[in-house]
Design a protein around this ligand. Structure first.
Ligand code: NYM
Ligand code: MG
Length: 209
């Protein structure tokens, strides 16, 4: 049996990642493809509860380096889960990954290489979708502004950094997230289906960041 695909949805806040990952799972399952959804930060674990408190309570102080490492630890906690699912043939669709980790911290002023280092060794995605939207538009979407980082300057900085990842790496696909939910879904489903099939055919190994 071949492994599942490891697929990430990235983007600034309020681009529709949660909506799209839920729809993608639903459609893949209808095609009889085993698929599960994850999201980072995973707010339920010990690190996740600290992260959630930090995001929702702007008076709860954790220094920039420490919160960065907590976000990373929150991914490492799930290493065994991710590997076991993929090797059991289940594809995983993830809301945010190491790239959000790097982009939000670099946007605050931390050093890029320092930020990337704790991600090294985590499973390498097969495909990353960048749900791309003008930060001037996403901030008008409902719910924007409720958590830390949800301000225009921060979103603009993060958007620029995520686009740089997308332009350098060929396993990234930039998707225009200002399109309708159905149009975005169609693009995501097509590319996800393709990568899942490709992995079955060429039996490519799971590598590391
Ligand atoms: N975020 C998310 C980070 O700063 N670093 C990370 O490693 C990850 C995964 O957390 N504004 C930020 C981006 C978001 C916030 O994520 C919460 P979400 O997807 O809005 O729940
Ligand atoms: Mg958010």
């Amino acid at each position: 049996m071949s492994r599942g695909a490891f697929i990430i949805l990235e983007g600034i806040d309020r681009t529709g990642k949660s909506t799209q990952s839920a729809k993608l799972i639903e459609s893949l399952r209808k095609l009889n493809i085993n698929a599960e959804r994850m999201a980072f930060p995973n707010r339920t674990s010990n690190t996740g509860q600290l992260i959630s408190k930090y995001l929702s309570n702007k008076d709860y102080h954790i220094n920039d380096q420490t919160i960065h490492l907590l976000f990373s630890a929150n991914r490492w906690e799930n290493l065994d889960f991710i590997r076991s699912k993929l090797f059991a043939g289940t594809s995983i669709i993830v809301d945010r990954y190491s790239y959000s980790g790097v982009a939000y911290s670099v946007a605050k002023g931390l050093d890029f290489m320092w930020c990337l280092q704790p991600e090294v060794g985590l499973p390498q995605p097969d495909l990353v979708f960048l749900l791309d939207i003008n930060p001037e538009d996403s901030r008008l979407r409902s719910g924007f502004g409720s958590e830390r980082y949800e301000n225009l300057q921060m979103q603009k900085n993060v958007s620029t950094i995520l686009r740089q990842f997308a332009e350098i790496e060929n396993y990234w696909k930039i998707v225009d997230a200002s399109k309708s939910i159905e149009d975005v879904h169609e693009i995501l489903l097509k590319h996800s289906n393709e990568i899942i099939n490709d992995i079955q055919i060429d039996k490519r190994p799971l590598t590391s960041i």
